[in-house]
Design a binder for this molecule. Structure first.
Ligand code: ZN
Length: 425
């Protein structure tokens, strides 16, 4: 039986209009234009658990490719040997949970996958995104990441844009330079021209409605960005321009990457644009976890006191590092985005401990990090429930009044993000 305290808090928390700090949702026209079934939802997350459970990558690709002629039964047969092992993870449970809520199918099994797929397909109609995000998930604004080269997508209403802008730093071949020239609409034959193109590109994105900039480099290199003289970065640029990349290793291009990334941070700070950074566990299978340690960013936090950093994914499993960084630095915010799908239990433990370590205005408590509105809905529901569990326990043990718990919930799920990211809502 939930206590009266829990019920009061629950009622309050499920009314909050969430500011969701991180999603990957495509435009509705794109999403509903695709053929959809249960198996379209294996672009990320549960798919990684199927692979780590032993599913061959080729089988996964065949199963989730909706353009091939496989029947639903063929797809199910590919997944069935591994699903029992993946369904119990945070990803599996989140997935089963939102499928149940949105499509009314209690369990995903060989008796239900056909009907569930039919219901998913028939839900894909204009208005579905708004219905799920606004009406069901009660999301006021969601910050959506766009990939390098993609136009900034922002309806300035529900979805706000946070472009990944790393490709000006990671350019490492002549062909990539030429692609950048095309994107930037200018010649890039020297480092100063690359710098100019980076700045102009950032300004175009701000003009187009970007509210933040995202650094995604922890997927491919360590997050330590050391100070580099322009002359040294210039020498790397020249080697790339002269088409010497065949013998360029990471150590060779690192000075240019460091220089350009630090410059991006400086430019973002000048424009009042927060910097969202992937830290901690990388999505997918097989990566260097230690590349993504939040403490590798310490020199950026020190060297750019005017920049505001939104440190993603709690830096999981280095979430205590994130806690101390957000405690040390006024310009560092600790963000729980994605954690509720990785492990609701971990999210609860982290939020509980963070509330003791970090001033509460520095905690950003919800980001669905999903490629689908359905996932965004599911993950924000879990975030509400976990926030409720953690705060109710603090009230019940006398650590908080119910009024303060309600106020904290609104801060964590909404107002901190508005303040930290300077959103105009
Ligand atoms: Zn993400």
């Amino acid at each position: 039986m939930p206590s009266a305290i829990y019920e009061r808090l629950h009622e309050h928390i499920f009314e909050i209009h969430i500011i969701d700090t991180h999603e990957h949702i495509p435009d509705e026209a794109v999403a509903i234009g695709r053929k959809k079934s249960l198996f379209s939802f294996f672009e990320h997350y549960v798919s990684s658990d199927l692979v780590s459970a032993g599913m061959p990558r080729e089988s996964l690709e065949t199963m989730r490719d909706e353009t091939n002629s496989l029947s639903l039964a063929d797809r199910w047969d590919l997944m069935a040997p591994y699903w029992p092992y993946a369904r119990t993870t945070g990803y599996g449970r989140a997935f089963t949970g939102y499928m149940h809520d949105l499509f009314g199918i209690v369990d995903i099994n060989e008796d239900s996958y056909q009907e569930l797929s039919a219901r998913i397909a028939s839900a894909q109609r204009p208005g579905w995104h708004r219905e799920v995000l606004r009406d069901r998930a009660r999301i006021d604004k969601a910050i959506v990441t766009t990939w390098p080269g993609e136009p900034v997508r922002s309806d300035r209403g529900l979805l706000l844009s946070s472009p990944i802008f790393d490709h000006y730093a990671t350019v490492s071949t002549r062909a990539e330079l030429q692609a950048l020239e095309k994107e930037a609409g200018q010649s890039i034959q020297t480092l100063p021209q690359l710098m100019q193109a980076q700045e102009a590109g950032l300004d175009r994105m701000v003009k187009g409605g970007a509210v933040a900039v995202k650094i995604f480099l922890a997927y491919q290199r360590p997050l330590l960005f050391e100070p580099v003289e322009q002359a040294q970065a210039s020498r790397v640029f020249d080697r790339i321009w002269l088409s010497q990349p065949r013998d360029l290793k990471f150590e060779d291009v690192k000075p240019l990457q460091d220089f350009m990334t630090r410059r991006l941070v400086g430019l973002a700070a000048e424009r009042g644009l927060p910097i969202q950074i992937h830290t901690g566990m990388q999505e997918g299978n097989g990566n260097h976890l230690t590349n993504a340690r939040p403490t590798l960013l310490t020199n950026l936090f020190l060297d750019f006191p005017d920049a505001r950093f939104d440190v993603f994914h709690a830096g999981y499993p280095y979430w205590r590092e994130t806690a101390v960084l957000a405690k040390y630095f006024a310009n560092v915010y600790a963000d729980l985005a994605w954690l509720h799908a990785i492990s609701p239990r971990a999210a609860a433990t982290i939020l509980d401990e963070w509330l003791e370590i970090i001033p509460s205005n520095k905690i950003l408590g919800v980001g669905g990090d999903s490629n689908y509105v359905e996932g965004a809905y599911g993950h924000t529901q879990t975030a509400r429930r976990i926030t409720c569990d953690v705060l109710a326990a603090k009230v019940e043990t006398g650590g908080l009044s119910i009024d303060e718990a309600q106020w904290l919930a609104t801060r964590i799920l909404r107002e901190n993000a508005i303040e930290a990211l300077r959103l105009n809502v």
